[in-house]
Design a protein around this ligand. Structure first.
Ligand code: TLP
Length: 343
């Protein structure tokens, strides 16, 4: 039985062309700023997102952290969603490494409400930390891959800009958002000071993320990357994959979205599981298993036994993420197995 691994789009392997590119790319020492393949990828990323410069990092977490460290000083405040990846899954690194003060506020279906952001931005007062950064996330992981429209994005960015905040967008899956809304990723980037996107998710690279912004900002972020031990040497081997990803892997994300919808519609027909079809906007499906009377880990374990890997979103959800390795036939196979497992 072949395992159908829907834990995350991070589970994707590099394509044959990526592996070939890794072995043929010209290399140099990136710490000396001499890797031509890194230069090429960073220039491509900056151009694609409409920013002056870009910086390659090992992970999305590192790119987010470098961005925050470059934007804010210790004691300054970062307004962000309490369900954002940065707040929920990044070990509080902004506080432990950077001395930054997170100010978490709720999101609604993955989006921050402009009025709630406005209320969270406190004026200058002897007692308050200085609000410095507003963080956004699109697509939004914990809401099940929901994606804010360009209009919604612009509305919330306007609030941050009017208050003089720096705006950072965790766009780990910004191309999923762009494909979903039929706009350019650069349209989202135009509203923010910095944007991070991942090569290692639906774009299928083995690792790597890019941070984009102004030349001055990227120079600062480069110093922060070194500070957190993220300087690299012949990083062109990573960058070579990224170049292939940017050339070939973006448009196909629409297939992942169609497969997520197929999956969600199938789940709806399985007794004891529930899914909100409206929430399935990109490549993720959050499934409510409360009707099964099992814990999240028990559901994940049952699925594992039938060869379907899911990730847990306790207390009552599991998450399935579609990606390049599985087409409609695999989705149907997974649905059959899930139905068996829940019987
Ligand atoms: N998300 C991973 C896990 O960490 C949950 C996943 O499987 O979805 N921002 C967002 C919105 C993300 O979803 C992730 C990874 C990151 C940042 C961090 O990227 P990496 O894993 O490269 O540090």
């Amino acid at each position: 039985m072949h395992v159908i691994n829907l834990r995350s789009d991070t589970q994707t392997f590099p394509t044959a062309k990526m592996l070939e590119a890794m072995t043929t790319a010209p290399l140099g020492d990136d710490t000396y700023d001499e890797d031509p393949t890194v230069h090429k990828l960073e220039a491509m990323a900056a151009a694609l997102l409409g920013k002056e410069a870009a910086l390659l990092t090992i992970s999305g977490h590192m790119a987010n952290l470098c961005a925050l460290l470059a934007h804010a000083k210790p004691g300054e405040e970062v307004i962000l969603d309490q369900d954002s990846h940065i707040f929920y899954y990044e070990l509080g690194s902004m506080a432990s490494v950077g001395g930054l003060m997170p100010f978490p506020i709720p999101s609604h279906n993955g989006a921050l409400d402009p009025d709630e952001v406005r209320r969270a931005i406190r004026g200058r007062n002897l007692h308050y930390p200085v609000p410095r950064v507003l963080c956004l996330e699109n697509t939004h992981n914990r809401s099940g891959g929901r994606s804010q429209s360009l209009e919604a994005h612009r509305a919330v960015c306007r609030v941050g800009r009017e208050a003089g905040l720096k705006i950072h967008l965790d766009g780990a899956r910004i191309f999923n958002a762009a494909v979903r809304h039929g706009v350019r990723a650069a349209d989202f980037a135009a509203e923010v000071d910095s944007l991070m996107f991942c090569l290692s998710k639906g774009l299928s690279c083995p690792l790597g993320s890019l941070l984009v912004g102004s030349r001055d900002f990227i120079a600062e972020a480069d110093r922060r990357r070194k500070l957190v031990g993220g300087g690299m040497r012949q990083a062109g081997v990573i960058a070579a994959c990224g170049i292939v990803a940017l050339e070939e892997m973006i448009e196909r994300l629409a297939d992942d979205h169609a497969n997520a919808r197929r999956l969600a519609e199938g789940i709806k027909a399985i007794p004891r599981l529930a899914v909100d079809l409206d929430s399935v906007e990109t490549n993720m499906v959050n499934i409510d298993h409360a009707g099964a009377g099992l814990t999240t880990e028990e559901v994940v374990e049952r699925l594992k036994r039938v060869g379907v890997l899911a990730s847990s979103r306790p207390p009552r959800h599991i998450r399935l993420v579609t990606h390049r390795h599985y087409g409609p036939a695999d989705i149907d196979e997974a649905l059959g197995r899930i139905a068996d497992a829940m019987r």
